[in-house]
Design a protein around this ligand. Structure first.
Ligand code: GCO
Length: 477
């Protein structure tokens, strides 16, 4: 097969998120966030009854961890800032000096080692006190988010040049406010959409604030991170083809269409199917709140680049096809039921099957639907269950997915400028606790000092970065 070399300006990184790695959950003035609250009040919500109280303890390991990053040779490190560590109440009544100190030290240490920080402002962990006001169901949180972004730009923007507002808004909203999967586990049928509006507006406000007040001096850029699964029709029947289209729009178009297209509104398929199911339930109007013209104008074009997380592919059929069991990717109101391919290679995560071709297809779909925006892959990775250092399946996953990405760049002209592996190290995998390991470094969670050990995948990734090409000799036959 053809050997591609990564483009000259292509940037490599690894990613983490605050709640999954930091620990120090109540140290030096940090406030409680929705995951602290949920794991403490409802321990059985987590598969192994664990939590992120200590996690990987990255809070206490800045210097050592940055050396590991340097050793990998990454150009950037994607991490998230814990809103509650900076603003314990969620609002600007009090800015926690230790939060500012901690991220200053991390950013300075990264830069001293030639690693650029790429910062996520929100990765699933909003402050718990804001839930008393309805959390993201309440549009007011868009303003609180803008105020929080202001504090971040003011304190860190002299050194942070790559910002993203929200990580995976679809999952934050559907799984947090309509489904029962992510904190705060609210189950309101309209919850996902109310949350979605707040996130879109909060994102857009944070984007415009940067442009108005900071961009001139700081010269950075602001994007957002969407998850994209690839959705294949289960067969070539028209119903299955339509179902796969619907799933793409609910998963990705919901947040990408308003921001990245000229129409600046929700996808038509989504509007129609929510209106239809609302009507069937006897509601007088659709439970999807319409964006006003003013909101549309605010949101349209509000991103300098598109962050993309991609892991796997699902196979879709219409919901009425009751010969098919309800799949793992199913959103209420969406006329599609999407299942995993049981025959594909598995990871330790039930929804994550190894289907590399879906990556190239996703990138092509983005190129076609969104006029080839600049894309940075901000998550892609594989989980296993044990403390496997000889992690051949992960190496294989990276080699094969990166090859598909390179084909998308060279053969299809997709505008992909960077790639971050998920994850730098094993960490707290949300509802699955510590049962699913995604790291390039293994972490011993039984040892209070949380030692890190490189897996084979860390060496392979390091080699890819150094040689700027995939070295297949690491891959088992
Ligand atoms: C997500 C998050 C990550 C996860 C990763 C593996 O996609 O849910 O961005 O925090 O840990 O995706 O599931």
């Amino acid at each position: 097969c053809k050997e591609y070399v990564f483009p000259d300006n292509f940037k490599f990184g690894v990613a983490t998120a605050a709640y999954q790695v930091e620990g120090a959950w109540n140290t030096s003035g940090k406030g409680e966030n929705i995951w602290d609250y949920m794991t403490h009040t409802n321990p059985s919500s987590i598969l192994d009854r664990s939590n992120g109280d200590i996690a990987c303890d990255t809070y206490n390991k800045i210097k050592a961890d940055v050396q590991l990053l340097k050793n990998l040779g990454v150009d950037f490190y994607r991490f998230s800032i814990s809103w509650s560590r900076i603003l314990p109440s969620g609002k600007t009544d009090y800015i926690n000096p230790d939060g500012i100190r901690y991220y200053n030290e991390l950013i300075d240490e990264l830069l001293a080692n030639d690693i650029k920080p790429l910062v996520t402002m929100h990765h699933f962990d909003q402050p718990q006190p804001l839930e008393q006001e309805g959390g993201f169901l309440n549009l007011k949180l868009a303003d609180y988010f803008e105020d929080y972004a202001d504090v971040l730009y003011k304190n860190f923007g002299d050194r942070v040049k790559d910002w993203t507002t929200f990580n995976e808004p679809t999952l934050v909203c559907f799984l947090g406010y309509s489904g029962e999967f992510l904190a705060p586990m609210i189950t309101r049928k309209d919850g996902g959409y109310l949350c979605g509006r707040t996130l879109l507006i909060g994102h857009a406000k944070a984007y415009h604030l940067y442009n108005k007040r900071y961009k001139n001096d700081q010269g950075g850029r602001v994007g957002i991170v969407h998850d994209i699964f690839w959705f294949e029709p289960r067969t070539n029947k028209i119903g299955d083809i339509k179902a796969a289209e619907a799933a793409k729009e609910f998963n990705f178009g919901w947040f990408a269409k308003p921001i990245f297209t000229q129409e600046g509104d929700y996808p038509q398929i989504m509007k129609e199917s929510i209106a239809r199911s609302s009507k069937l339930e006897g509601l007088s109007k659709s439970r999807l709140p319409q964006l006003t013209q003013e909101e549309i104008e605010l949101i349209k074009g509000s991103a300098d680049f598109l962050g993309v997380n991609h892991y796997t592919t699902f196979y879709c059929s219409p919901i009425e096809d009751d010969t098919i069991e309800r799949g793992l990717f199913y959103l209420p109101d969406m006329d599609a039921n999407c299942i995993v391919d049981d025959k594909a290679e598995s990871s330790a995560t039930p929804w994550l099957k190894v289907i590399p071709s879906g990556f190239r297809k996703s990138l092509n779909w983005i190129k076609e639907q969104y006029n080839n925006p600049e894309v940075i892959i901000l998550e892609n990775g594989f989980s296993d269950a044990g403390n496997l250092l000889n992690d051949c399946p992960r190496v294989n996953y990276y080699n094969r997915y990166l090859t598909e990405m390179l084909k998308a760049i060279y053969e299809d002209d997709c505008n992909v400028s960077g790639y971050a592996a998920w994850s730098f190290m094993d960490n707290f995998e949300w509802r699955s606790g510590y049962t699913q390991k995604f790291g390039l470094y293994s972490v011993d969670f039984n040892d209070p000092s949380r030692p890190r050990t490189p897996k084979m995948s860390a060496f392979v990734f390091k080699n890819i970065i150094r040689e700027r090409k995939i070295n297949w000799s690491y891959t088992p036959d």
